[in-house]
Design a protein around this ligand. Structure first.
Ligand SMILES: Cc1cc2nc3c(=O)[nH]c(=O)nc-3n(C[C@H](O)[C@H](O)[C@H](O)COP(=O)(O)OP(=O)(O)OC[C@H]3O[C@@H](n4cnc5c(N)ncnc54)[C@H](O)[C@@H]3O)c2cc1C
Ligand SMILES: *[C@@H]1O[C@H](CO)[C@@H](O)[C@H](O)[C@H]1NC(C)=O
Ligand SMILES: *[C@@H]1O[C@H](CO)[C@@H](O)[C@H](O)[C@H]1NC(C)=O
Ligand SMILES: *[C@@H]1O[C@H](CO)[C@@H](O)[C@H](O)[C@H]1NC(C)=O
Ligand SMILES: *[C@@H]1O[C@H](CO)[C@@H](O)[C@H](O)[C@H]1NC(C)=O
Ligand SMILES: *[C@@H]1O[C@H](CO)[C@@H](O)[C@H](O)[C@H]1NC(C)=O
Ligand SMILES: *[C@@H]1O[C@H](CO)[C@@H](O)[C@H](O)[C@H]1NC(C)=O
Length: 592
């Protein structure tokens, strides 16, 4: 079974490599087996260099920039009725082992080469972070946990709740699964209930107070399903996808009327050649940006929409002076404690979550400590190799510190990996930051600042969260599960810094000590959002203020991260906006 799957992935990769300009293989090419028929579900996916301005003979009604978590469902939906060009700077996720296999989660994030599916960035706060660079976006590199936003979130966002409720299942029916709970996840679930994070809401996608088990985009074999698969439900006649297409800027027609109108984009292909793609002149054609929280504000700035003074400094001609672009960025701080266990653990990313009334979410994760092979020993989402250096305060985390950890890792005893993490995430951080360009190269990261814990309310909630963690650790269910003895705990304490794990802070009763612990051990759960807020950069219909023919649809528009974890709602928004736009243009004839 596993072998067949691996073969299938390998075959699809091979087919894609062999057929760079005709990615839908015909049956004569020996693809009658699973691999081929699976691959035929996809629309035309080509390398960017195959683009010719004739490709869109009748012109494209929509050019979508960014084939990520929101961009893929949006493109598939719009292609039901219109001609769509989707431009993604990364490659395909198909056949990439680091992407497809759950146990390789940390490998993608550790891979800092230019063709990695993940692009590392380090905020000025010193926290190591990652952004996607692959068709499917964040869904190809994330921890897979799938859970919806609350009804009150949907209300606050001003969305049509009925259409929201129709859009989530469109995603769920294609790529979401029910997880098999691992012992570690079960222990945290029982601990949460015992300390009063109740009721138990069972397995559900819904956001409700209490403890629950959410969905996952990993199937029962640990194989990842991504937003790129949603492209299979698009109309293949209408949908063209270009990978390795890095958009440099949006092209505006400034002669059209009172407002500049977005008419297309300039992009570079995998050989560095520039191309221009334009939307058709038909009424209603648009450029839609779905480049994510870092990419979307960055592309607006590069295209001349942003704070005038900042743009002038880089000689970017100003299209719209809007000082909100790149502002109001935030990342939910994550703090963790390591819990040693007196037996080998089975890896799990995130399955269980406690939704408290004090504005923190408690989740659980563990690495892999079963094998004696040092490569197979890691701390999953808290792996030091990916910059989650929780024993070093953020400002002191360096590449050298990561290298030092890698060097000593092989000498660490196997027990250092036998354990799990309890995670605490601040639901709605009040601390805000911003992003600004360093240069005009779209491949480089802008300067990003999150100001973690600069607001005292965030610190207070973190301290409360740690107190919940302590109670969970002391709960009967939990101690029964971990069943470690004093010696093994002491042993671990002795090597905790070497192993980059944080046990509980030593002085639990001292609030100022806990506050410092929060600040010193902060890492990311990668739920950063904002930068193109509704009402500031885009209107309620996600149209960019001050220009025509341009929208932004992705997590950069969020004031708060939706649900306990955002991907469900980002994908939902892609589908939702696709349907909205079709209905807007076609009325009932849209048929969606
Ligand atoms: C490591 C990690 C773990 C996570 N774990 C979870 C989890 O378990 N559960 C959960 O719900 N959420 C999780 N998240 C968060 C979630 O995955 C993201 O919030 C979500 O994917 C963001 O979607 P987006 O559409 O806004 O951006 P993205 O999915 O990042 O899409 C943006 C796309 O635009 C492309 N792009 C950018 N600039 C350009 C350009 N100039 N030209 C062309 N293309 C461009 C990018 O390559 C990318 O594919 C995690 C995120 C990460 C990084
Ligand atoms: C997987 O990641 C490792 C490093 O973490 C890297 O060396 C390797 O090239 C990656 N493999 C693929 C197929 O991208
Ligand atoms: C949408 O679904 C949620 C549960 O998932 C429910 O509570 C809500 O009432 C539904 N809203 C509408 C308008 O159907
Ligand atoms: C902007 O243009 C001026 C004049 O052409 C030049 O002197 C300056 O170096 C440019 N600045 C940047 C950042 O490119
Ligand atoms: C403790 O663990 C044992 C064995 O796993 C189990 O039989 C027992 O019911 C557990 N007790 C509690 C309180 O969870
Ligand atoms: C931990 O370190 C202390 C001081 O170095 C030492 O006395 C103790 O024996 C160690 N404990 C274990 C279990 O190794
Ligand atoms: C912490 O406070 C609790 C309750 O006030 C008390 O029972 C406990 O002994 C204190 N622990 C320490 C280490 O001071």
């Amino acid at each position: 079974m596993k072998l067949a799957k691996a073969l299938k992935l390998f075959l699809s990769l091979l087919l894609w490599l062999c057929l760079p300009s005709a990615s839908t293989p015909t049956s004569s090419q020996g693809d009658r087996e699973n691999g081929g028929s699976e691959y035929r579900r996809y629309p035309s996916i080509r390398r960017a260099s195959s683009f010719s301005s004739n490709s869109g003979k009748d012109g494209y009604d929509y050019i979508i920039v960014g084939g990520g978590t929101a961009g893929c469902p949006l493109a598939a939906t719009l292609s039901e009725k219109y001609r769509v060009l989707l431009l993604e700077r990364g490659g395909v996720p198909f056949g990439n082992y680091n992407v497809s296999h759950m146990q390789n989660f940390h490998l993608t994030l550790a891979d800092t080469s230019p063709n990695s599916a993940s692009q590392e960035f380090i905020s000025t706060d010193g926290v190591f972070n990652s952004r996607a660079r692959v068709l499917g976006g964040g869904t190809c590199i994330n921890a897979g946990f799938y859970t919806r936003a609350s009804s009150s979130y949907v209300k606050r966002a001003g969305w049509d709740a009925k259409l929201v409720n129709e859009s989530y299942p469109w995603i769920e029916n294609q790529i979401v699964f029910r997880p098999k709970l691992t012992p570690w996840q079960r222990a945290v679930r029982d601990g949460l209930l015992e300390v009063g994070i109740s009721p138990f809401n069972g397995f559900t996608y819904d956001h409700k107070y209490g403890t629950k088990v959410g969905g996952t985009i990993f199937d029962e074999d640990g194989i990842r399903h991504t937003a790129a698969e949603l492209l299979a439900s698009g109309n293949r006649e209408n949908l063209h996808v270009l990978v390795h297409a890095s958009v440099q800027k949006i092209v505006f027609d400034t002669s059209a009327g009172e407002q500049p109108k977005a008419i297309g984009v300039i992009f570079k292909d995998e050989n560095g050649e520039e191309h221009q793609a334009l939307v058709s002149e038909r009424q209603g054609s648009e450029v839609i940006v779905s480049c994510g929280t870092i990419g979307s504000p960055q592309l607006l700035l590069l295209s001349g929409i942003g704070p005038k003074a900042d743009l002038r400094k880089l000689n970017i001609s100003v299209v719209v002076d809007n000082h909100f672009v790149g502002k109001g960025l935030s990342d939910n701080p994550l703090n963790t404690v390591f819990v040693p266990i007196n037996k080998p653990v089975r890896q799990s990313l995130i399955q269980t979550v406690g939704i408290t009334k004090m504005g923190v979410y408690i989740e659980a994760s563990c690495g892999f400590g079963q094998s004696t092979d040092s490569i197979q020993r890691h701390h999953g989402i808290v792996s030091a190799e990916i910059g989650q250096l929780t024993t070093i305060p953020p400002k002191h985390r360096t590449k050298e510190a990561i290298q030092a950890y890698k060097d000593r890792k092989k000498d660490l005893p196997f027990e250092a990996f036998m354990g799990g993490f309890i995670l605490e995430k601040i639901a709605t951080p009040k601390s805000k930051g911003q992003l600004s360009l360093i240069n005009t190269n779209p491949d480089d990261n802008p300067s990003v600042t999150f100001n973690y814990f600069s607001h005292p309310y965030d610190v207070k909630r973190c301290v409360n969260g740690i107190r919940i963690m302590e109670k969970i650790l002391q709960s009967k269910h939990f101690t029964n599960y971990t069943s470690f003895n004093k010696d093994s705990v002491e042993n671990l304490l002795n090597m905790s810094v070497k192993a980059n794990v944080n046990l509980l802070p030593k002085h639990m009763n001292d609030t100022s000590c806990l506050e410092q612990f929060c600040k010193d051990t902060v890492i990311t759960i990668w739920h950063y959002h904002g930068g193109c807020h509704v009402g500031k950069v885009v209107g309620p219909d996600y149209r960019v203020l001050g220009v025509n023919g341009l929208r932004i649809v992705d997590g950069s528009t969020f004031y708060e991260s939706p649900g306990t974890n955002p991907q469900a709602t980002v994908m939902m928004l892609g589908r939702y906006m696709g349907v909205k736009i079709l209905r807007e243009r076609l009325g009932r004839a849209a048929g969606v």
